[in-house]
Design a protein around this ligand. Structure first.
Ligand code: UD1
Length: 417
């Protein structure tokens, strides 16, 4: 299996372009199931999760044509309504075909995702919402079977704000009869991106980006034509890399408005961040101040940046407390950071990080996407050599990661096994 080898300690300097957002591109790709005709999606990142989504669309009967970052998709002739276990298992976001298939074709059969490295992650709220819209939901041999002649509008309250649940119901409600109100909806920028694209397709949506979204269903939607928003988590990961290496990095395409919680915490830690024309300039401090964070749904601190921020705090002056309140079991990177010399203890949802003077390279491996990113960051700041194994996690969500770090002066390479 491939690994990433990093000779750490280099100051990162230069410019990189932020890719299209994985978490926006995935629901947008599945939104093409809502309408016949040829859809065009630009700025789609080249990632393993995107390849999985492409495979799923093809299995369902869509014609998918990719030219660099542009996808043309024709979903006129859907042959199957089943998202098989093998694909859902490798990518949970496959469950996002449920809403579109049910709304357009009246049925869907989607494997239950099961557990994953960062906790149980159920889809009960997706299902409850679709039931409220008139769907009949049955469980059969590990599959969710959903049927509805035509979905109808409903008032839906989410017990917790769920990104995927909000996206699934947003897509389903766009083609339902009548009005749907989503209360306590997720407010993530990716929801706004999806709602913008759906609106261009003819959907009537108000309130995306707030916790109350109102959708007036329509009978038919037009093909989508949209450019995927920049990846705020990729941008955040590069920001932390600059912070950890006393770097000076310009991130083209990174949007301040999507990153406010992270930016304010980085500034508290002493990092200088300046907004420039379509870019953010990030300069790491001589000494990093320790800062407490608590992950929360947007606009709170993103759980997808928790592991990377912990790597930063592991070399800060003093002690910081990191609280993970979105997912249980999302501290798997801790043991690996400890192998690099970090001083971290965990008590339930809280990690206490006592900053050390420096990290020392070692072989490490990761269990999920953002955990892997935190280990690469730690390796960039560590003395000597760090080898990160199981990098297929990184390939799910970071486009040309080592190449981008190399353009910033890092000594990082992929070694084929
Ligand atoms: C999305 C992101 C993921 C990010 C997460 C939280 C994508 C493809 N993935 O995942 O990168 O870490 O948002 O920002 O966009 N929950 C329930 N029942 C449900 C659904 C969710 O209890 O039916 C709980 C989850 O267990 C979790 C919380 O709600 O504790 C938030 O999960 P959710 O927002 O749904 O995450 P995803 O959409 O899976």
């Amino acid at each position: 299996m491939d690994k990433i080898v990093i000779h750490g300690g280099k100051r990162l300097k230069g410019e990189v372009r932020i890719s299209g957002a994985k978490n926006s591109a995935l629901p947008l790709l599945f939104a093409t199931l809502l309408a016949a005709g040829e859809h065009h999606l630009e700025n789609v990142p080249a990632l393993r999760d995107i390849a999985t989504a492409e495979k799923l669309l093809t299995i369902l009967g869509a014609d998918v044509d990719r030219h660099e970052a542009t996808f043309s998709i024709d979903a006129s002739n859907i042959r199957s309504v089943e998202a098989p276990y093998d694909l859902v298992r490798t990518m949970r976001a496959s469950v996002l075909v449920l809403g579109p298939l049910l709304a357009r074709l009246g049925q869907a059969r989607v494997s239950l995702p099961g557990g994953c490295a960062i906790g149980a992650r159920p889809i009960n709220l997706h299902l409850k919402g679709l039931e409220a819209m008139g769907a009949r939901i049955d469980l059969d041999h590990g599959y969710v079977e959903a049927r509805a002649k035509r979905l109808h509008g409903a008032n839906i309250y989410f017990d917790v704000p769920t990104v995927g649940g909000t996206e699934n119901l947003l897509m389903a409600a766009s083609l339902a009869r009548g009005t749907t109100v989503l209360e306590n909806a997720a407010c993530e920028p990716e929801i706004v991106d999806l709602a913008t694209a759906l609106t261009c397709m003819g959907a009537r949506i108000e309130g995306a980006g707030t916790d109350r979204i109102v959708i007036e269903g329509v009978d038919e939607l037009q093909p989508l034509r949209h450019t995927v928003m920049p990846d705020r988590i990729e941008a955040g990961t590069f920001m932390v890399a600059a912070a950890m290496t006393r770097g000076d990095v310009r991130l083209h395409g990174a949007r301040h408005a999507d990153l406010e919680a992270l930016i304010s915490k980085l500034q508290e830690a002493g990092v200088e961040i300046a907004e420039e024309d379509h870019a953010l300039r990030v300069q790491g401090p001589r000494r990093i101040a320790s800062v407490d964070i608590k992950t929360q749904p947007h606009p709170g601190f993103p759980t997808d940046m928790q592991a990377q921020f912990m790597a930063l705090m592991s070399i800060a002056d003093g002690t910081s407390v990191i609280t993970e309140s979105v997912f249980e079991n999302r501290f798997m990177h801790v043991c690996e950071l400890q192998r690099l010399g970090a001083d971290i203890s965990i008590d339930g949802k809280m990690a206490k990080v006592r900053g050390v003077k420096g990290l020392l390279g070692a072989p490490v491996m990761a269990t999920d996407l953002r955990a892997s990113a935190s280990l690469v960051l730690a390796g960039l700041a560590a003395e000597n050599t760090t080898e990160v194994a199981r990098i297929y996690h990184l390939d799910r969500g970071y486009e040309r990661l080592e190449e981008k770090f190399r353009t910033l002066g890092a000594h990082i390479e992929r070694k084929k096994a």
